[in-house]
Design a protein around this ligand. Structure first.
Ligand code: ARG
Length: 744
């Protein structure tokens, strides 16, 4: 699902430039306001981490750069892969990688026909589907199937990136005096005057660098989607759970100009002709069969030392859980009350709910799995290795104790950081208001404001197009209360000392935060198109300083600035320690081939179809079946309702070519190593056929971003036969089936 880019220097346009995500694993999470905050004031440096394990130790573990397919090929073949490395990645002729795409900057997908037909997850298409829906024509609720090419709906703003090639540029970058500059130069050269989009990704904490060159397609159209209740069957209850019965797919098509190159939307555009597309196999999978996933995993932090993990588990993640819970509660009430609000917020809600459950799951997982102890055991072995040698002692002897001290001393400030980013900036007006922060700077220096005013005027239309002021006031009340109640006296917003706030008293049904938010919302120019425009026609510093919304933003910025230096120092120290720690680990296991932590570039993972036994000794089989949907069915329930047509098809066992007996396979699990961003990745068999679409991990895999456990971590995919059944039998969209190359 959604996740952040962590290097912040990738020039893929969908990866928000300059966005430095919080160093913790804050993927799956879309915070527009965080981006504003970062762009305006935060200059912290990010930490990219890695995880180290022998390629030979666990077959299913690892997110491999496809250019190293030759290194892992022997292992893959042992597990049943028939593809040669050059079938997987090749720049001289077409290969598997040409069929794998990045959807937006948050998901993966696969091309399945010579006309640019694309499969991804329903939850990846969710935003686009909601955006194309209205209360009258609600594709989210009813599903959508384009009867002809002409009925396919342009999904504005959605892009699809296809990797042209990747290249190791480590030497050139590392020899450069200014590495960041060199990376930009390399990417710039590779873009060939705008033909491509390129970026240099750093791995192993900057020890290695890889150039990635993409074609970024901008005309993407919605072709088909099941109703939400099918595409998200089980809803948030089943999210991150196995067994699963979700048909989590949606279908798009990539359109190109007549020259087959990316182009802006035009009715003249034609379906993209890919260099390769995946054939589909209806054969089904057995236990132990080879599986490969191929996509764009966002971020893993598998090489954190235990003090960092403890801080996450004991403080950072619980803060996220608490704040997200409060945000979701506000959103839910508003969404339930109004259909339009529901559509406007549905995608954000889904994304936040997913993050909320994720952080909760990691915290619980840490308690039940004891993986921190395992980490500590590994650290003991590390210490012993260091102790064996004087040079090692000098170079690496203090790493772990320094990690300890660093994390111990930064717990409070890291908590504040979360509250600022996730609570204080939750109200949507803050992103808009930040532009006035810059304006205020110009006004106070008496500099020319005209260009910025013009820019803000242009942004004003966009801001108020679908702005939900009443909801935003509730969000603000929530933020104020959390900031006030959960932070110590030294970390309070200065507006809590203002006369305006101190005058307020709790009233029945309206506490002081509700009242304060109401007051800010009623008075501030940031909540009203008319007021904002009136101000912009004659900007004045005095008026801006008197504005209640501006006061809120200023007080948050002040709090941030107070913490800024400490956070910056933390990042610096952490980065340098981590860099050294990684270097030491690679020295400790010289015979091993390392794979870098996920960082939003193309990776493949290989494994096998595999059941598992939970820690409570419950055996979990690897396939789910259609009759379980009927067992789970709860008519009228938003999560477990089954549309009548589907119910009838399942009861009547009308499975067509998608089942050879009277059972339809629904979802399956395999040991592939994936994370957020991989959503929509193809599950590929040993011959390069599409057999499923990966959409989630099991509960036990939630801790995988920090620690991969091959006994428990599983990728959940929807079986391709259920997908095709849905397109064909449920959606009646036979023309899509005819486009595929099907092996039965
Ligand atoms: N947990 C999945 C991920 O993080 C997203 C699943 C979406 N489905 C849902 N019911 N929320 O990639």
């Amino acid at each position: 699902m959604l996740r952040f880019n962590q290097n912040g220097q990738i020039s893929n346009p969908q990866v928000e430039k300059g966005l430095t995500s919080p160093p913790e694993n804050f993927k799956h999470y879309k915070i527009k306001n965080l981006k504003m905050l970062k762009n305006f004031i935060l200059k912290s440096v990010l930490v990219s981490l890695l995880f180290i394990r022998s390629v030979f130790s666990f077959a299913d573990e690892g997110m491999w750069l496809p250019i190293y397919a030759d290194v892992i090929s022997g292992n893959m073949q042992k597990l049943g892969c028939k593809l040669k490395p050059e079938d997987i990645y090749n720049i001289n002729h077409s290969s598997l990688k040409d069929a794998i795409v990045q959807v937006g900057d948050f998901c993966s997908g696969e091309i399945v026909s010579d006309k640019g037909l694309l499969f991804t997850n329903h939850h990846c298409g969710f935003d686009a589907i909601a955006g194309l829906s209205t209360p009258e024509k609600n594709h989210l609720v009813d599903g959508f199937w384009a009867t002809t090419l002409n009925d396919e709906l342009p999904a504005q703003g959605l892009t699809v990136s296809i990797l042209v090639h990747m290249q190791d540029v480590t030497k050139r970058v590392n020899e450069a005096e200014d590495q960041e500059l060199e990376k930009a130069v390399i990417a710039g050269e590779a873009e060939e005057d705008g033909k491509f989009t390129a970026g240099v990704f750093s791995m192993f904490e900057g020890a290695e660098h890889y150039l990635m060159v993409y074609r970024v397609f901008r005309d993407i159209r919605l072709v088909g989607t099941p109703p939400e209740v099918v595409g998200k069957f089980g809803g948030d209850t089943d999210n991150w759970m196995w067994p699963r019965h979700t048909c989590d797919f949606s279908v798009f098509r990539i359109y190109a100009g007549k020259d087959n190159e990316p182009a802006d939307y035009s009715s003249e555009n034609v379906p993209y002709k890919p260099a390769h597309f995946l054939p589909v196999s209806l054969k089904g999978m057995k236990e132990g069969d080879f599986t490969m996933t191929f996509g764009y995993p966002g971020q893993t932090d598998r090489f954190l030392a235990s003090p960092a993990i403890e801080q996450h588990i004991n403080s950072n993640y619980p803060s996220y859980v608490k704040i997200l819970e409060a945000r979701l509660a506000v959103m839910k009430t508003e969404m339930d009350a109004d259909q339009k609000t529901n559509l406007a917020m549905a995608a954000d809600y889904a994304s936040l709910a997913n993050s909320w459950k994720y952080f909760k799951g990691v915290v619980e997982g840490a308690g039940s799995t004891g993986f921190i102890n395992t980490k500590q055991e590994q650290e003991k072995a590390f210490t012993q290795w260091v102790e064996q040698d004087e040079t090692r002692k000098k170079e690496y002897g203090n790493i772990l104790t320094e990690f300890d001290a660093l994390y111990e001393s930064t717990t409070e400030i890291k908590k504040l950081e979360k509250y600022i980013n996730v609570a204080a900036f939750a109200p949507a007006f803050t992103g808009y208001g930040f532009q006035f922060y810059s304006l205020r700077e110009l006004l106070s220096k008496k500099e020319d404001t005209a260009p910025l005013v013009e820019q803000i005027q242009a942004a004003t239309g966009e801001q108020f197009k679908e702005y939900l002021a009443a909801t935003d006031k509730k969000m603000l009340a929530m933020a104020l209360k959390l900031m006030h109640d959960d932070l110590p006296a030294t970390q309070q917003l200065n507006i809590f000392n203002s006369k305006t706030f101190l005058k307020l008293k709790d009233k029945p049904g309206k506490n002081v935060y509700d009242q304060y938010a109401e007051l800010i919302g009623t008075k501030s120019i940031f909540f009203s198109d008319k007021k904002a425009r009136a101000f912009l026609s004659k900007p004045s510093l005095k008026k801006l300083d008197a504005d209640e919304g501006m006061k809120y933003i200023l007080s948050v910025v002040e709090l941030y600035q107070m913490s800024n230096m400490e956070l910056y120092l933390f990042e610096m120290q952490n980065e340098s320690l981590q860099k050294n720690y990684i270097k030491a680990q690679r020295e400790m296991y010289p015979e091993k081939f390392f794979y870098p932590d996920a960082n939003s570039c193309m990776r493949l993972s290989y494994g096998q179809v595999k059941p598992y036994t939970t820690r409570d000794k419950e055996f979990k089989t690897f396939y789910t079946h259609h009759y379980q949907i009927l067992e789970k069915e709860k008519p009228g329930d938003p999560e477990f309702d089954v549309p009548k047509k589907l119910h009838d098809l399942l009861v009547g066992k009308d499975f067509g070519q998608y089942s050879k007996n009277d059972t339809l396979n629904i979802c399956l699990i395999s040991g592939n190593d994936i994370t957020g961003g991989n959503s929509g990745s193809p599950l590929i068999d040993g011959e390069g056929n599409l057999v499923g679409i990966a959409f989630d991990g099991n509960w036990e895999s939630m801790i995988s971003d920090l620690y991969y456990d091959p006994n428990y971590a599983r990728t959940i995919s929807v079986d391709i036969r259920y997908v095709l059944f849905m397109i064909d039998k449920f959606g009646g969209c036979k023309r899509l089936i005819d486009e595929l190359v099907i092996k039965s």
